[in-house]
Design a protein around this ligand. Structure first.
Ligand SMILES: NC(=O)c1ccc[n+]([C@@H]2O[C@H](COP(=O)([O-])OP(=O)(O)OC[C@H]3O[C@@H](n4cnc5c(N)ncnc54)[C@H](OP(=O)(O)O)[C@@H]3O)[C@@H](O)[C@H]2O)c1
Length: 239
């Protein structure tokens, strides 16, 4: 099992879903953990579910100056993972452009700011992990901005793996994972979607935040993985 004892892990998006799964896995591996998102109440509630001491920081990562402030407050760190994202789903011709832009403002530019202001404070054995999604290479109707943004992050992470070396930079690309991202869907529709997805995936189930957390921690601990995108999708890419 990977040990992150004595190491500091910052999870941006750590109040929910995959981010919370990453915080949980990092704590279990012995790390010191800080979670970041916008909503303080949500952060406190998330911290209360975690087994261990966690620092919480409420910051909107769309705001570059606030991200800079956050990382100067946090000081030195070992690992950064950014799971924070807005949502933008719907037909290309009908979706408000503002929604697509807002998606990029959080998921791409927010992650960009986090990497930019964290990297100077990171240990040379540390790592940055971005989170993309299968839609970058397996396009889906209604997810054009998501696919484009995920592709941009995957590309950014490869360039940063060269530029920020020896800090390792990777991207995790998940398939469908049961998280609060889908809370806005009526329960019956959501359950139906999860069930239908499980049926077509080679592994016969959808993903859970723990799956992502476990992968994130092994990436943090493995000093020989950099500049790559790791699919964690139950076999979606070949299904
Ligand atoms: N779930 C899936 O099936 C799936 C599939 C493929 C890819 N993904 C990707 O996986 C990543 C994680 O998704 P998830 O399912 O874990 O989502 P989630 O449960 O909705 O969590 C999103 C997190 O982002 C934070 N956040 C949103 N806007 C923010 C901002 N401007 N500044 C700071 N924090 C912000 C939210 O907290 P606050 O509201 O408190 O800010 C929350 O902690 C996303 O990039 C998503 O696109 C998800």
């Amino acid at each position: 099992m990977t040990s992150l004892s004595g190491q500091k892990v910052v999870v941006v998006g750590g109040s929910s879903g995959m981010g919370l799964g990453c915080a949980e896995a990092a704590l279990a591996a012995g790390a010191e953990v800080a979670i970041v998102s916008r909503d303080n109440a949500k952060l406190e509630a998330a911290a209360n579910t975690l087994d261990g001491k966690v620092e919480v920081f409420s910051v909107d990562i769309q705001q570059e100056d606030k991200v800079q402030e956050l990382f100067s407050k946090l000081g030195s760190l070992d690992h950064l993972i950014i799971t924070a994202s807005a949502t933008a789903g719907g037909p290309f011709l009908k979706m408000e452009t503002a929604m697509a832009k807002n998606f990029f403002e959080t998921k791409f530019w927010g992650a960009y700011f986090c990497a930019k202001y964290a990297a100077p404070n990171m240990s040379s054995t540390g790592s940055i992990t971005f989170v993309s999604g299968v839609s970058s290479r397996r396009p889906m109707k209604g997810l054009a901005p998501a696919g484009a943004c995920n592709g941009a992050l995957e590309s950014l992470s490869k360039a940063l793996a060269l530029e920020l070396k020896p800090i390792r930079v990777n991207t995790i690309s998940p398939g469908i994972v049961d998280t609060p991202l889908y809370d806005m869907m009526p329960k019956e529709r959501r359950d139906g979607m999860f069930e239908a997805s499980a049926k077509v995936l080679p592994v016969g189930r959808i993903g859970y935040p723990k799956d992502i957390g476990d992968l994130a921690v092994s990436l943090m601990g493995n000093g020989f993985i950099s500049g790559t995108t790791l699919d964690i999708d139950g076999g979606n890419m070949i299904g």
